[in-house]
Design a protein around this ligand. Structure first.
Ligand code: AR6
Length: 188
């Protein structure tokens, strides 16, 4: 299952799958401020990528919420892991949306700085950090679309959703945004 929109010649894709299997040049990790390996997609990245990722992350040491830092990707197919720290969801009125948008934007900036053409994201903050999927999806997708509109690279951004419910939520949000912005959709 996949859905995509084109904007200024660049592509935003929403797919169901496993982030750690992506062959994009970078994958984004849902990290924590201390950059210490945890559970969720972070745990999966470190398990599959091997110890070099945590070793590099330890040297960096810290990443504030809403920011993103880069390491290599060890044994993963990607070349880089961009470690983004999304907000812990409290009540939706504590600046969460701004911080979530910032985590996506800062990750995309790291990809641009590295000259990358493709990057894959998980749904930041929507697991252990408790951000409701329905609220997170439009923030994530509109931030990515805004960025693609204004930058040449990356030219492909793939949102990789774990499970059908997350996929459907993001697919519906993308349909709504595409309609609002007059962008045409491809796929199911
Ligand atoms: N591929 C794609 N998405 C996945 C995968 C996967 N292999 N595995 C889980 N997800 P979470 P957060 C989805 O908890 O909420 C860690 O302990 C998952 O279903 O990974 O930002 C860190 O160290 C959910 O929708 O990240 C931090 O301490 C989404 O990824 C903290 O969790 C994000 O869930 C970060 O919490």
């Amino acid at each position: 299952m996949a859905l995509k929109v084109k904007i200024e010649g660049k592509t935003l894709e929403v797919v169901q799958g496993d982030l750690t299997e992506q062959d994009t040049e970078a994958i984004v990790n849902a990290a924590n401020e201390r950059l210490i390996p945890g559970g969720g997609v972070d745990g999966a990245i470190h398990r599959k990528g091997g110890p070099s990722i945590a070793e590099e992350a330890r040297k960096i040491g810290h990443c504030p919420t809403g920011s993103a830092v880069v390491t290599g990707a060890g044994r993963l197919k990607a070349r880089y892991v961009i470690h983004a720290v999304g907000p812990v969801y409290k009540d939706g009125r504590s600046g969460e949306a701004e911080l979530l948008a910032s985590a996506y934007r800062e990750s995309l900036k790291r990809a641009t700085e590295l000259g990358l053409s493709s990057v894959a994201f998980p749904s930041l903050s929507t697991g252990a950090y408790g951000y409701p999927l329905e609220e997170a999806a439009p923030v994530a997708l509109s931030t990515i679309l805004d960025y693609l509109q204004e930058h040449d690279r990356p030219s492909l951004v793939r949102m990789v959703l774990w499970g059908e419910k997350a996929y459907r939520t993001y697919a519906e949000a993308l349909k709504r945004l595409a309609q609002e912005r007059g962008l045409s959709l491809e796929g199911d």
